[in-house]
Design a protein around this ligand. Sequence first.
Ligand code: NAP
Ligand code: 3JN
Length: 341
Amino acid sequence: MAGYTVAVVGATGLVGRTMLQVLEERAFPTGELRAIASARSAGQDVPFQGRLHRVREISADAFSGVDVALFSAGGGTAREWAPVAAAAGAVVIDNSSAFRMEADVPLIVPEVNAHALVDAAPRIIANPNCSTIQMVVALQPLHARYGIRRIVVCTYQAVSGAGKKGVDQLHAEREGKNAAVRAFPHPIAGNVLPHIAAFDDDGFTTEERKMIEETRKIFEDPRILVSPTCVRVPVDTSHSEAVHVELAAPYDLADVRSMLEDAPGVIVIDDPESTAYPLAMNAAGRDEVFVGRLRRDPSAENGLIMWVVSDNLRKGAATNAVQIAEVWKARREQENGASPA
Ligand code: NAP
Ligand code: 3JN
């Protein structure tokens, strides 16, 4: 069968199911699909390209002959199985934090640093955290033109970022019920939680640490200061962010707006007088990063404030991973001079 053999690990999860949709929508040349999950859901079926595919339990055999393995099954599964898939000959594109900060693992957002995937050689490529992805896509033109000194960011993150159990908790609470499994330490319906993942000794959460470290790695500048507060809100899909940035040089607001309008993967919606600004419910189901409320921050030198919204399951996870697969495919076909038989 023509096309690549593609494995989706975590195919029954929110991100994995979205990966299947995005592979299909973007017509990634998939000759054979391997839908992989844990023993819990082996035997279930997932839809892809108009038919149902049987989910198989993860095993070394499941990776035999696989060209591309898209992982979205958490860090533990990635640490155990990504090296197995890579050893079997697959390029692994992993959505977890397991390998993101390893020096020899490219951490890729195609609109920002596709160049970091220098050739088709790396066996593991990491997909950044969803909150980082949408922020760096919006900041990339500013970083390229002016340089970035400091970013203060507050996130408003959808419950789907916490997987199926996050969505289930919100939906159960909306119906006045208790969720069978709680994803959050407090009720989320009608609430706002300044707490995503575990706290460290300095009072930051791991989600916040990811935003700091991943932004520096993607922008290839360890001097960029990042000050995040990550917050969970009772929204199903799309993360929103208030991003306050201090640029390294004076800027012209009209130039910034026009650069953002031209930036790949960015849509500017910014007419506050007519109540037009990016909204989580409008970004859901879309692949772009939406930017609005652009304004000068008079409290900081070269300060700029923006509101950034994107679908966390698509651009924040599945779409970015499939875009990485497309970059990998282009490199590989350039090197080999041909597409797969
Ligand atoms: P989810 O809805 O809870 O789905 C988890 C998936 O992982 C399910 O398919 C599950 O299979 C599978 N899985 C769990 N343990 C496994 C194991 N030991 N072996 C094989 N498969 C296993 O979660 P999600 O929202 O899809 O997120 C999945 C992961 O993606 C997260 O843990 C995170 O690492 C990553 N993620 C990244 C971003 C990002 O920011 N880029 C965003 C969200 C998530 P079963 O059905 O068999 O349980
Ligand atoms: O909570 C969110 O909105 C995003 C969560 C992402 C996430 C959830 C569980 C484990 C990650 C991630 O992508 O960083 C991980 C992880 O792999 O560490």
